[in-house]
Design a protein around this ligand. Structure first.
Ligand SMILES: C[S@@+](CC[C@H](N)C(=O)[O-])C[C@H]1O[C@@H](n2cnc3c(N)ncnc32)[C@H](O)[C@@H]1O
Length: 288
């Protein structure tokens, strides 16, 4: 039996209403339904399922940088709609350099501005209040991603999660690192601040790799060490293909051998000394 035009339209309308409900607990299916590249193109939805499942029904403030849809003000918003369905009790905020206000709907609010504009980001946070989840899927320019993180991570609640997508731009060579065969290619080459140098200090991957040490700052042999905000507030980091996920909480479990970056008294006792000076040593030993 074939359907007439009216029946086909009604069926499509019904599917648009029912399928999000059926798919509501699986971000792979929701991403496919709404058409964001977080699944089928990138493979992030599987990781989001794992990290976000315990939070799904909570009342959260969620911010995503990058609404999508290029320069068309009426196009994009796929991932914002996906988050809205997946988190039925949450408020979803979007940021985009293009005016995407036309895509607002109940529980979706969109701000126009650049993610590397500090005063704009501060105004956004003043309006949203503290955030539970921040997802950076914006310009993917290395400098922007690092700058946004430095500004927005402190605006995350304790227990909050910060996500950076598309870390692949760390590896896209800078224009000055390449020899081009034609002027046309030069003009089109994306300038994202990546590098052929895997140790480049400017890439987001190297920035986040360095933050791994924050997890363990209480184990540094550095008496008098003054912990940074990131030392004190990053408690977990997950690195996936093109994706980094950080958890914020008070990082204060205490050191194993050290307290305030100095050997604990019972360790000194075990060593049979009052201080490392008794051994003719000072810490840090070699870096002094
Ligand atoms: C990959 S798309 C976002 C896709 C969307 N999050 C999704 O999953 O469906 C990237 C978006 O970032 C926006 N963008 C580019 N540069 C930006 C900047 N400096 N600040 C904020 N948004 C920017 C673009 O306009 C584009 O809409």
């Amino acid at each position: 039996m074939s359907l007439n035009g009216y029946q086909e339209n009604s069926l499509k309308k019904l599917q648009r209403k029912v399928l999000p409900f059926i798919y509501r607990k699986d971000l792979r299916k929701l991403a496919t339904f709404y058409g964001t590249d977080k699944w089928n193109s990138h493979w992030y939805a599987q990781h989001y399922n794992k990290h976000f499942a315990p939070l799904r029904l909570k009342k959260l403030n969620i911010l995503e940088i990058g609404v999508g849809g290029d320069d068309d003000p009426k196009s994009g918003g796929e991932s914002l709609r996906m988050w809205k369905t997946y988190f039925p009790n949450s408020m979803i905020y979007g940021i985009d350099i293009v005016d995407k206000k036309a895509l607002e709907e109940p529980r979706i609010k969109i701000f126009q501005g650049s993610q590397d504009d500090e005063s704009f980001l501060r105004k956004v946070v003043a309006e949203t209040g503290e955030l539970d989840i921040i997802i950076d899927d914006g310009s993917h320019i290395n400098e922007h991603v690092i700058k946004s993180f430095k500004i927005l991570f402190p605006a995350l609640k304790h227990g909050g999660i910060y996500v950076i997508e598309d870390t692949l731009t760390s590896y896209v060579p800078d224009i000055n690192e390449l020899k081009f065969v034609s002027e046309g290619v030069v003009k089109k080459w994306p300038q994202l601040g990546g590098s052929l140098d895997l140790n480049s200090p400017n890439t987001m991957v190297n920035f986040f790799k360095k933050l791994v040490d924050c997890l363990n700052y209480q184990e540094f042999f550095k008496p008098g060490y003054s912990p940074s905000y990131f030392d004190q507030h990053i408690v977990a980091m997950h690195f996936y293909h093109n994706l980094v996920i950080l958890y914020k909480e008070k990082n204060n479990e205490g050191g194993f051998y050290l307290e305030n970056n100095t050997l604990k008294p019972h360790v000194l006792k075990y060593l049979g000394i009052d201080s490392l000076d008794d051994m003719g040593l000072k810490i840090p030993l070699l870096s002094e």
